[in-house]
Design a protein around this ligand. Structure first.
Ligand code: A2P
Length: 318
């Protein structure tokens, strides 16, 4: 499998296992199965509510000798209520305790959105802190501290626009190594991928398969179903692979890391195998033609009456 290299010479397998929406009772089995069949990269986050269960699976595969810690790439993310320099290391220590690990390979600021510390799910304006009240640059100091303490080998961000990345690059002593964003054939992120790749920042694609298992509140009635796309189906049929594999191969071939979520053994296997599939130049172009700039995770949930965030302000879009 192709690996993306970091400035400290760490290497991250380009395809990993996503764990957002992986339910309690399922994620333990999925992570163990994934590692047994060859996954070496697991994407986690405190807010997914399943890090303890993932930690149980990790501790077992490590103690059973199925894999060594240094062969695994483990990412997690700082939740919105732990922004601010002083809050990062305690939040990371909790994640490490839950995952039963001594260090992470990568720790990300989950969203450029800040909550007050006692709020887990913000529902009203008073639950939020604006980025003027709680600047990203201050939170980043805590992220840098995490590297200095050896708690995470690398640090980065998630859901950052080019505008926000540029601002962070100007103040960061340790530059962000990666930006994890929604990316799939219907939302190709060409400008962001170009900025990142030109500036030594890796990109990781979440919701690569369209996350059709999202909670109903995050769905819209008219949304196109990525895994039923006819043009992708035609490419897949011709190659004798699945639609999901075609999408994953296309993302990886852009040198973008990708973290499809599955809790199903057969789909875990086919997703892993997708990293070894090559698309022709023509197939890459056919995939590129499918962009409709359609987000499935649009950030509207951060908009509350009188609150400091809007969809436009989160993404820095008109
Ligand atoms: P399951 O976990 O039952 O396999 P995303 O990674 O974009 O969030 O998408 C995850 C959704 O896609 C889940 O519903 C997952 O279901 C499903 N999925 C994962 N891999 C495949 C695949 N190879 N083919 C079809 N559906 C898949």
């Amino acid at each position: 499998m192709n690996r993306l290299k970091y400035k400290n010479n760490d290497e991250m397998p380009i395809l990993g296992l996503g764990t957002w929406k992986s339910a309690a009772g399922e994620v333990y089995v999925a992570v163990k199965e994934a590692i047994k069949i060859g996954y070496r990269h697991i994407d986690c986050a405190a807010i997914y509510g399943n890090e303890k269960e993932i930690g149980q699976a990790l501790s077992e595969v490590l103690s059973e000798g199925i894999v060594k810690r240094e062969e695994l790439w483990i990412t997690s993310k700082l939740w919105n209520n732990a922004h601010g320099k002083a809050n990062v290391v305690p939040a990371l220590k909790q994640t490490l305790a839950d995952l039963q690990l001594d260090y992470l390979d990568l720790y990300l600021i989950h969203w450029p959105v800040a909550f007050k510390p006692d709020v887990v799910g913000a529902t009203k304006a008073d639950d939020y802190l604006s980025l003027e009240e709680q600047p990203v640059a201050d939170t980043w100091l805590g992220m840098e501290e995490a590297v200095k303490l050896g708690l995470s080998k690398n640090i980065g961000v998630s859901n950052f626009s080019v505008t926000k990345l540029k601002a962070l690059m100007e103040v960061a002593t340790i530059k962000p190594e990666l930006n994890q964003v929604e990316l799939h054939p219907y939302f190709q992120q060409n400008e962001l991928v170009k900025y990142c790749q030109d500036n030594g920042i890796h990109v990781m694609a979440y919701s690569p398969l369209g996350s059709s298992d999202r909670p109903a509140g995050l769905k819209k009635e008219d949304e196109p179903i990525l895994l039923e796309d006819k043009a992708i189906e035609a490419i897949a049929k011709k190659k004798g692979i699945s639609i999901a594999q075609t999408i994953l191969a296309w993302i990886a071939q852009r040198n973008v890391s990708v973290i499809p979520k599955s809790v199903n053994p057969a789909r875990l296997k086919q997703n892993l195998e997708a990293a070894e599939i090559a698309l022709t130049k023509e197939e890459m172009e056919q995939m590129a033609a499918l962009n409709i700039n359609r987000r499935y995770v649009d950030g509207k949930f951060w908009e509350v009456p009188g609150g400091p965030y809007t969809i436009a302000s989160v993404w820095d879009e008109e």
